[in-house]
Ligand binder design. Sequence first.
Ligand code: 5GP
Ligand code: MG
Ligand code: MG
Length: 179
Amino acid sequence: MQNEIKEVLISKEQIDQKCQEIGKQLTEEYDNKFPLAIGVLKGALPFMSDVCRHIETHIEMDFMDVSSYGNEMRSSGEVKIVKDLNTQVEGRDLLIIEDIIDSGLTLRYLVDLFKYRKARSIKIVTLLDKPAGRTADIKADLVGFEVPNEFVVGYGLDYQEKYRNLPYIGILKPEVYGG
Ligand code: 5GP
Ligand code: MG
Ligand code: MG
């Protein structure tokens, strides 16, 4: 697996450090508010798991699985709910946890959905932001790292369902896409 990676963009140590920083900020932000942290499956799983262990106040966790029609490297913006929340969001403070914002279409859809369901507040934290890919009007409240306009894998992010278990963020060798 490791020999299929061309370059490590963000190391495990950098990610660990960032999760600590973000956890600290979220602790201050949500102290005594009991927010609902919503992880967007599957990509946000490692980030949510790590960052939540640095939040030192009560939170509730739930998950949403959405799939967007499009090819596997780019979302189309037509979002289908594969797994909805088990929790009512009306009147709740929501913290959406994402792996990466590219076009922003997935998050635009989710934010609109949660507004419609009458959430009290909605914030977005994303490990990665790819501003060059943006087509929807959406901005994260907290961003771990900005990445260039390249397809990245690892730490939750997949290519054809592989590489999610890499402990770092990297770029694949071009020949991997061929095979
Ligand atoms: P968006 O709707 O913002 O375009 O992106 C939604 C989803 O597309 C992300 O949550 C992620 O699953 C996928 N995606 C976008 N950019 C990348 C990337 O560089 N690498 C991988 N593996 N997935 C990406
Ligand atoms: Mg995602
Ligand atoms: Mg994917």
